[in-house]
Design a protein around this ligand. Sequence first.
Ligand code: MOS
Length: 695
Amino acid sequence: MTTTPSTPSVGRPLTRLEGEAKVTGLAPYAYEYALTDPLYLGPVLSTVARGRVSAVDTARAEELPGVRAVLTPANAERLADTEDREFAVLQSDEVSFRGQFVAAVVADTPETAREAAGLVDVAYETLAHDVTLTADHPRLYRPEEVNTGVEADTEQGDPDAALARAAVVVDRTYRTPMEHNNPMEPHTTVALWDEGGGRLTLYDSTQGAHPVRHTVAGVFGLDPERVRVVAPYVGGGFGSKGSAHAHNVLAAMAARAVPGRPVKFALTRQQMFSLVGYRTPTIQRLRLGADRDGRLDAVVHDVVEQTSKIKEFAEQSGVCTRMMYAAPHRRTTHRLAPLDAPIPFWMRAPGEAPGMYALESAMDELAHECGVDPVELRLRNEPPVDPSTGEPWSDRALVRCLREGAERFGWHGRDPAPGARREGDWLVGTGVASAMYPHMVNPGSVAEIRYGEDRRYHVGIGAADIGTGALTALTQIAADALGRPLSEVVVSIGDTDLPEASVAGGSSGTTSWGAALVAAARVFRAEHGEAPAPGASARGTAPEDTATPGYSQYSFGAHFVEARVHADTGEIRVPRMLGLFSVGRVVNPRTARSQFLGGMVMGLSMALYEQSVVDPAFGHVVNHDLAQYHVAVHADVSGLEADWLEGEDPHAGPLGSRGVGEIGIVGTAAAVANACHHATGVRVRNLPLTPDLFL
Ligand code: MOS
C-alpha cells in the first residue's frame, strides 16, 4: 500500500454492511430467491443402517396430485463420477448408513413433496451394522494422513523410556461425543438447469461457492464454467457448509428430471443429522511425563475416532500436541474405526477443539499432581521454537495471554485445593486452559477491481460471508489497499461469476481473500494511477507465499473460567468467562470480538450440552433436533469477555492478521471442566459435563 486515506478503514469497528438488509428481510437466503414456477424436493431417507434397497413402490406417491417426479435408484440418472461415494446419490441399491438418500419426490409444494415422500414404500434387505466406536475396535486402522493433509503419526525421541523414568506421570483417557453443526439456516440448495440442460445454477447455503462448483461439476461431468453457484448471504456455517454434500447432487438430479423448473431443497433440522457431516466422537489417551516441578519430558497423545465406511474423514485431534509445549520426547497417533455411520466432517476447529480439550485437561491434572499453579505449569513448558519443526515462531504470545489474562480475571490468590470454596449451596472454582489455532492461508484467490461510472471502485471476489462480517472486513481491506474512503468501495462476494475464491474455512478467509484484494489493488494503481477513468479494471491473485515461509505461525489464547456446581443437584453455572487472544492485526474489532464470543459460547456449549446420541440398534441420532440436541443459549451466558493483544504478525501476510473464527472454541471446554474440578474435586474426563457426573 503506497498511500492510505487519512483515516484507514482497517481497525475500525464498523457494523456489518449487509446488516440492515439481513434484519429487514431484504437479503435473500438460498431458499428465498423469487424464481419462476419452483418445485420442491422431498427426500426419502434410509431407515436401516446397512443393507440393500430391495424394492421401491412409488405408485401411491405418483398418484398424489402435484407430484411431478419420483427418483429412485432404478430410474435416477447415472452420474459421471461416482468415486466419492458421498456424492454417488441413488447410484446403487446399497445402504451405507441410516439417513442416506434412497429416493426423492419432486412436487408443486413443499407440503405435497413431504407427504409424497412419506408414501414412497421402500423395502430393504437388512445386514448387520456397526455404529459403535470403541477404543479397541477390531477394525481400527491408521489413515494415510489426517485433516489438513498432515501425517497421522509422529514420534520424536523415546517417549516410552521417558515415561518409564518420569517422576510424575499423568495417564488419562478423555472422551468427546459426536456433535452436530447447527447453523440457524439449514443446508439449502435450489437447482435450476437451463433449457438445453447444459448449464446448472445452484442457489446454495455454502461456505464456498467455488468449491461447491468444482465438486458438483465433477460429479455431473461438466466443465466447471457450466456450473454457477450463488451464495451472497448465508445463515451461519461452522464447517459443515465447507463442502458440497449429497443434497446438492440430489437437487441437481431432481431438477434435471423436470426441465426448465427450479427445484428447491431445504434439509430439515432432523435431516441435517445424517447428511452434512458431524464432529467425530473421540477417545484420546494422554500420557504426560514430567519432573516434580511439572517440566515435561514426554507427551504422548493417542487418538481413536470413527469414520464412515464409504468415505474417510480423519479429524486431526492429536496434531495440537505436536507443537503446544516443550518436551523432548513425544508421540502422536490417530486411528480410525470405519463404521456404518454417516460421514464425519468439519465442525468449528476440527482437530483442535477436541484435541485441546484432552491436552489442556491433562495439563490441569499434571498441575494438580505436581502442586504447581496451572498457569505457571504452562509457562514452565513454553517451547522457544516450534518443537515439531524447529522453526522460529512468528508471533507466539501464549505467555502474554496467560499472564495478562490471569491478571484481568483475578486468577491469583485462589486456593488451589479443590472443593475449598462454597457459597451457599454452590461450590465455586476457577479453571484455565490454553488456546491455539494454526494460521491457515489458502493460496490462489483472485480479485477484480473495476472503476465505475458512479466513481466507485467495484471489487469482486467469490468469497463467502457466513455471518462473520467477511464482506465488511473485505471492504475495509480493499478501501485501504486502494487508498480510498470506504464510501467509494463496493465489494461483491458469494457468486462463481466472480473470480475464484477459497473456502471460508480454517479461519483463513480474511487473510486469503484479503491478500487477493491487496494484490489486485496494487495492479490497479500501477496501471491506472490514483485518478482512473471509468471502466478501468485490473485483477490480482493472492500469492502462493502469502505467509512468510520458514516461520511457525499460530494464534494463541488463554481461557479463564469461573464455574459454580450446585452441591445437591450438580447443576453447573458459568458466571464468568474471559478469553484473551493473540491473532495479529484485527481488521474489524466489532466483528472479530463477535467471532471470539461466538467461539467461546460454542465452547461452553461443547462443555455442558452438546452430544449426539446414537441408538446402536438402529444407527440414527435420537436427539436430532434443537429440542433435544442442546446448545448453550442466552440464559447460560452471563459474564463473557473476549479481548486480544494489540499488534500485528509481520509474517502472516500483507494484513499482518491471523484468523479469528475458530480459536474461541479451542481449549474452552477444558477450562470449564478444570473449573468444575476445582469447584468440586470431581474430575470428569468425558464431555459433556452433565450434572449427574458431579454427584
Ligand atoms: Mo471451519 S470447521 O474450518 O469451517
